[in-house]
Design a protein around this ligand. Structure first.
Ligand SMILES: O=C(O)CC1=CCC(=O)O1
Length: 95
């Protein structure tokens, strides 16, 4: 199941800089692990924003929830989640 997830990050300005750096480093490592495992298919920076647009390919709604809930930056994020379906004009799937 494919999902587009827009993540807007808003880390409080007064967060301890060490906690901030450590949380961002854990977020990166967690993201890399899921990318290597094939569930986090794409991550794009949204120009001019502390936001990303990501594509996930996961087995279920529950699995996506688990992944997102465990993001180290989850407490500082707002997300918009869009389930994706094949488009009939996609030449990659046209028969
Ligand atoms: O910087 C972001 O957009 C938040 C984020 C998600 C995965 C990652 O490494 O950073």
């Amino acid at each position: 199941m494919l999902y587009a997830v827009k993540m807007d990050v808003a880390i409080p300005r007064d967060l301890d800089p060490e906690v901030r750096a450590e949380t961002v480093a854990r977020e990166k490592a967690y993201s890399h692990e899921l990318q290597r495992g094939g569930e986090w298919v794409h991550i794009w920076r949204m120009v001019g924003q502390y936001s990303n647009l990501s594509i996930f390919d996961v087995a279920s709604n529950e699995r996506l929830h688990e992944i997102l809930w465990n993001l180290p930056l989850f407490p500082y994020m707002t997300m918009e989640i869009t389930p994706l379906a094949q488009h009939p004009s996609d030449i990659a799937v046209e028969s």
